[in-house]
Design a binder for this molecule. Structure first.
Ligand code: FIX
Ligand code: ZN
Length: 419
C-alpha cells in the first residue's frame, strides 16, 4: 500500500516547475572566467551583442561584409547588431531573445533606442557583487570554466598564481595538444617538455608530465577536448597515441573524467571567425570504441549533431563509463532540447546531465538557464504523469531527488569518484 504523500496528478506541472525554480544547478561547461582571471571574463551589453551566435545572424540581415565588420570597434559592432537584429527586426531567434531576457531580468529597457543608458548600467556594476547577483538570477551555484594551459595569455596568469574561486571550477582544455599536435608540440618543448613532431621518443612521458604539472596548478575537475565530426578512434595517428599513452592514463592517475565534445566542423566559413564553425554527424563507433577500450576512465560526452543523439543514448546504455551531457551549441534551442531530453529520459532515466550553458558572456547564464527550466519542466512532468498512469505516484521529495541528480549530483559524483 502506498503510504507516501504523493502529489495529485493535476499538480505535477506546478510541483516540477517549483522544484526546478527553487533548486540551484551546476553549469558544467562554460567559457566564463573567475574574476581572478581578469580580462578573460566577458560581461555587459557590448559583449552580449557581439556574441558569435548573434554575429552569424547579423550577416544574414545586414549588408555589412564580415571584412568591414571586423574593422569596427566593439562598441560600433554592438550598435550595429542592436540596430539590425533588435530595432529593424524582431529578435525572435534563441540568441536574440536571450538578450531581451537578460535585459528584462536586470530590469533594463528591452526596447532601448540607444545602448548608452544600458552601457552606463553595466559599467556601474562591481563584479564581486554582480556575479553572485547574476548567478542568483540564473539559479546556478557554479560555472565550470574552460582553461587552456597552452593559451599564452591564460597560461601566464596561472603561472603567476591566481586565487582559485570555488564557484568557478577549472577544466583543463587540451585541444591544442590532441588536435593540433604539429602546431603546438613545440610550445611544450619551449616549456621544457621534450615533445617530438611524430610523438616518438619521450614525447608521451613528457606530455604526461606536462599534464600532471598543470593538474597540480589548475586543480581541474575534468579534462576536455572538442573533436571534429570526422573524429575516429582508434586511428594510426599521434592523437590516438596521446589518448592511450598520455591523456587517459593521466586522467586515471588523478581520477579526472575526460569530456569529449564531438561534431564540430571548424571554420566552414572562415570570414566569420568564431562564428564560422559548423556541425556534422560523427561516427559513433569512435565513442563506443573509446568506452570499451578504457573501462577505468569516466567520460562526459556531448555530440553536436542532432542526428547523433539517439545513438549516444543507445551507447550510453551499454557503457556505464559514459555520461551524456548538454544540448550543445546549435542544439540549444527549445525544439531540439525537448526531443533530446525526452529520448534521454526514456532511455537513460535520470542518468544523464540535461544541459550546460556554454555561456561566453556572464549574463547569458540568466537566459540559458531560464530557457532550460522552461523547456525541461513540462517534459519531466510528463514523465511523472506517465508513471502515475502506469501505477506509481510520486512525491515532491522524489521529484527533488531526481532534479538534484540531473542538475547536480550526477556531475558531482562523476568528478569525485576516486575508484
Ligand atoms: O568547443 C567548445 O567549447 C564550443 O562550445 C565553443 O567552441 C563554441 O564556440 C561555443 O561557444 C558554443 O556554444
Ligand atoms: Zn563550449
Amino acid at each position: 500500500m502506498n503510504t507516501r504523500p504523493s502529489i495529485a496528478i493535476e499538480s505535477t506541472d506546478a510541483v516540477v516547475e517549483d522544484v526546478l525554480a527553487t533548486t540551484s544547478f551546476i553549469d558544467i561547461h562554460t567559457h566564463l572566467f573567475s574574476p581572478s582571471l581578469g580580462s578573460l571574463g566577458l560581461w555587459g551589453i557590448d559583449e552580449l551583442l557581439t556574441y558569435h551566435y548573434l554575429e552569424a545572424e547579423l550577416f544574414r540581415f545586414s549588408p555589412v561584409t564580415p571584412e568591414h565588420y571586423w574593422t569596427l570597434t566593439k562598441t560600433q559592432r554592438a550598435d550595429l547588431v542592436w540596430k539590425t537584429l533588435f530595432v529593424e527586426n524582431t529578435p525572435l531567434s534563441e540568441a536574440a531573445r536571450g538578450v531581451i531576457a537578460v535585459l528584462s531580468a536586470l530590469k533594463l529597457d528591452t526596447d532601448a533606442k540607444s545602448l548608452d543608458p544600458l552601457r552606463d548600467y553595466f559599467r556601474s556594476q562591481k563584479l564581486v557583487e554582480y556575479i553572485p547577483h547574476v548567478f542568483h538570477l540564473a539559479g546556478i551555484t557554479h560555472a565550470v570554466m574552460t582553461n587552456d594551459p597552452l593559451d599564452p595569455e591564460e597560461a601566464g596568469m596561472w603561472k603567476r598564481g591566481i586565487e582559485l574561486d570555488p564557484h568557478f571550477p577549472a577544466v583543463m582544455r587540451i585541444d591544442r595538444i590532441l588536435n593540433q599536435w604539429s602546431a603546438h608540440h613545440g610550445a611544450l618543448s619551449a616549456q621544457g617538455y621534450a615533445a617530438e613532431a611524430d610523438g616518438g621518443g619521450a614525447s608521451m612521458k613528457e606530455v604526461r608530465r606536462f599534464l600532471a604539472d598543470w593538474v597540480v596548478r589548475m586543480k581541474p575537475v575534468y579534462m576536455a577536448v572538442s573533436l571534429e565530426d570526422t573524429f575516429n578512434f582508434p586511428e594510426d595517428d599521434v592523437r590516438t597515441k596521446l589518448f592511450r599513452d598520455a591523456v587517459l592514463p593521466t586522467c586515471r592517475e588523478f581520477h579526472l573524467p575526460m569530456s569529449l565534445m564531438i561534431g564540430v566542423r571548424r571554420l566552414i566559413n572562415p570570414a566569420l571567425r568564431l562564428a564560422g564553425d559548423g556541425a556534422g554527424r560523427a561516427d559513433m563507433r569512435a565513442v563506443q570504441n573509446i568506452a570499451l577500450e578504457f573501462p577505468d576512465n569516466r567520460f562526459l560526452i556531448s555530440m553536436l549533431s542532432r542526428e547523433n543523439q539517439h545513438e549516444l543514448c543507445v551507447i550510453a546504455r551499454k557503457f556505464r563509463n559514459l555520461l551524456p551531457f548538454g544540448c550543445w551549441w546549435f542544439l540549444n534551442n527549445p525544439s531540439i532540447v525537448e526531443e533530446m531530453t525526452r529520448e534521454r529520459l526514456e532511455m537513460l532515466g535520470t542518468s544523464f546531465i540535461p544541459q550546460h550553458s556554454d555561456a561566453r558572456i556572464l549574463e547569458q547564464v540568466i537566459y540559458k538557464w531560464r530557457n532550460t527550466r522552461r523547456t525541461v519542466g513540462p517534459i519531466l512532468a510528463q514523465s511523472y504523469k506517465l508513471l502515475a498512469a502506469d501505477g506509481r505516484s510520486v512525491t515532491r521529495d522524489d521529484i527533488q531527488r531526481d532534479v538534484n541528480r540531473l542538475f547536480r549530483s550526477n556531475f558531482e559524483n562523476w568528478i569525485q569518484r576516486a575508484d
